[in-house]
Write a protein that binds this ligand. Structure first.
Ligand code: HAM
Length: 420
C-alpha cells in the first residue's frame, strides 16, 4: 500500500473486472454505430458558464456538485458533470449542423464528475456512454434513441430494467403550466432554497425526494392536463412507435430529471436490483438548449447510460458477460536461448491475432507454469535447449494437460487451428 488512496467517491478499474467495463461500453456503443451515430470526444473540462446556462441554475448539479476551478490565466472552468452541453457546444463550434445533414448524430463515452455524497452506485467520478441527435424534431428520432438503449441493455443480457416515460411540454404549453405550478407551490410550507427553486424552475420541486415535501405535492397541477395539441400528438407518436418496436414503458407523470434543459419527451431507465440509486440511464429532448448557449434553434434529443450502474445491474442479475480470453497462449522458456526463441514465437503469434504472453524475468519452470495457469491461457508453450535443437516447441493444453511437440515454423498455423 502506498501513502495515497483513490479520492473519496472514486474507485479504480482493475483487471479482471475492468474487462467488464470495456465490454459494457462496447455493447452500448454497438447499436449506436449501426444507427449512424459518429464518435465524438470533447475535453474533460469546459467553461463553467456552459453548464450553468445549459444544465441550469436550479439544478443540484450546477449549484452543489460541480468541480470548478480558476486557471492561472483567470478562466473559470468546470470538470464536466455531464455530456450533452459539451457535445452540443462542439457541434455548434464546428458548424456540423450547417453541413446539411440533420440530425447530426453523435455518440460518446467518457468520465464525468459530480461532487455528490458517495454511496453504492453514486460516485464522484463515473462513466457514461451517451448519444445525441442534434437538429431534428421527429418523434421517430426520440423512439429510435430509446429503442437503441433498450437493445443495448438486452444485448448485455439484462432484463430487470424498466423504462419510465414522460413529456414536459414545449414553449407553447409549458409557460402556462409553469405559472399554474408556481401558484400552487408558493402556497406550500417550504424552505428558503426550495422557494428559490420555485422561481427558477418549479418543475424541479416536483423531483424533491424529501417525504415532508412529497406529502405536500399531492394535488399539484399535472403537465398532462396542460399539454398543447402538438405536444400531445408528438408524445402519442413516440409511444406508438415504442410499442411497434416491442418496447414496454411506464407513463410516469412525475418524471422530471435532474437537468433543466428538457422539453417534451423525457425518460429514465431504472433497474430494480440496485436500491436507491436505481437510474441506470436517462435522457430526453432538449429543443431549447442550443439557443440557451448562444446557438440557433436546433431541436435535439439524447440520452446517457451510466456504465458503473450498468455493471452493478449485471451483478445484481447474476449476468456473466462472455469475455474473450485475455491470453490464449503463455510461453514458458527454459533457459536463455529458449527465452529469445519464444519471444520471437510470441511476437509472431500476436502479429497473427493470437493473444500471447511470456514468462518474463527469467523465473524457474514451476513458477512460470503457475503464471501460465493464472493467466487463463488455453495453451502453454514450453521449450528448452533440446526442443530448440529439434526445431520444435511443446504445446501444452492447460485444460487436459496433454502435450505435443510442434514444429516452430508451423506453430502459428497449428495454434490457430487448435484455438478454433
Ligand atoms: P443523468 O440522468 O444526469 O443524465 O445521467 C445519466 C446516467 O449517468 C444516470 O442514469 C446514471 O446511471 C449515471 N450517473 C449520473 N450520476 C452518477 C453518479 N454520481 N455516479 C454514478 N452514475 C451516475 C445526463 O447526464 C444527461 N446528459 C443525459 C442526456 C443526454 N440527456 C440528453 N442527452
Amino acid at each position: 500500500m502506498s501513502t495515497f488512496q483513490a479520492p473519496k467517491g472514486t474507485y479504480d478499474l482493475l483487471p479482471p473486472d475492468s474487462a467488464v467495463y470495456l465490454a459494457v461500453r462496447e455493447a452500448i456503443a454497438a447499436p449506436l454505430r449501426r444507427a449512424g451515430y459518429g464518435y465524438v470526444e470533447t475535453p474533460g473540462f469546459e467553461n463553467v458558464e456552459l453548464f450553468s446556462r445549459g444544465v441550469g441554475e436550479s439544478t443540484d448539479i450546477v449549484t452543489k456538485e460541480m468541480y470548478t476551478f480558476t486557471t492561472k490565466g483567470g478562466t473559470r472552468l468546470a470538470l464536466r458533470p455531464e455530456g450533452t452541453a459539451s457535445v452540443l457546444r462542439a457541434a455548434l463550434e464546428a458548424n456540423l449542423h450547417k453541413a446539411g445533414n440533420l440530425p447530426v448524430k453523435l455518440w460518446y463515452s467518457g468520465s464525468y464528475y459530480r461532487y455528490e455524497r458517495p454511496q453504492a452506485g453514486r460516485y464522484r467520478h463515473f462513466s457514461q456512454v451517451g448519444a445525441e441527435a442534434i437538429g431534428a424534431e421527429d418523434p421517430l428520432l426520440d423512439a429510435e434513441l430509446i429503442v437503441l438503449a433498450v437493445d443495448a441493455y438486452r444485448s448485455l443480457g439484462l432484463s430487470d430494467f424498466r423504462l419510465l416515460l414522460n413529456t414536459l411540454g414545449d414553449k407553447t404549453c409549458r409557460p402556462a403550466y409553469r405559472a399554474a405550478l408556481q401558484d400552487f407551490l408558493r402556497g406550500l410550507d417550504l424552505d428558503e432554497d426550495t422557494r428559490k427553486r420555485i422561481e427558477i424552475n418549479p418543475l424541479r420541486v416536483l423531483d424533491d425526494k424529501r417525504a415532508a415535501v412529497r406529502a405536500q405535492l399531492t394535488g399539484a397541477p399535472r403537465i398532462a392536463d396542460h399539454l398543447c395539441e402538438e405536444c400531445k400528438a408528438y408524445h402519442e407518436q413516440v409511444r406508438e412507435q415504442l410499442t411497434a418496436a416491442g418496447v414496454r414503458y411506464e407513463d410516469d407523470p412525475h418524471l422530471v430529471r435532474g437537468l433543466d434543459y428538457y422539453t417534451r419527451t423525457t425518460f429514465e431507465f431504472v433497474h430494480d436490483g440496485l436500491g436507491s440509486q436505481s437510474a441506470v440511464g436517462g435522457g430526453g429532448r432538449y429543443d431549447g438548449l442550443s439557443e440557451m448557449i448562444g446557438g440557433p434553434e436546433l431541436p435535439s434529443v439524447g440520452w446517457a447510460l451510466g456504465v458503473d450502474r450498468t455493471v452493478l445491474a449485471l451483478k445484481a442479475e447474476g449476468v456473466e458477460l462472455p469475455l474473450p480470453r485475455a491470453t490464449d497462449v503463455y510461453a514458458v522458456p527454459l533457459g536463455e536461448e529458449a527465452r529469445r526463441a519464444l519471444f520471437t514465437a510470441v511476437t509472431a503469434l500476436r502479429r497473427d491475432g493470437v493473444a500471447a504472453d511470456l514468462a518474463y524475468g527469467g523465473r524457474g519452470m514451476k513458477n512460470a507454469m503457475k503464471s501460465a495457469n493464472r493467466s487463463g491461457a488455453r495453451f502453454a508453450l514450453v521449450a528448452g535447449e533440446r526442443d530448440l535443437a529439434d526445431g520444435v516447441v511443446q504445446l501444452k493444453d492447460l485444460d487436459s494437460g496433454e502435450q505435443t511437440p510442434v514444429r516452430l515454423d508451423e506453430l502459428v498455423a497449428t495454434v490457430k487451428e487448435r484455438l478454433r
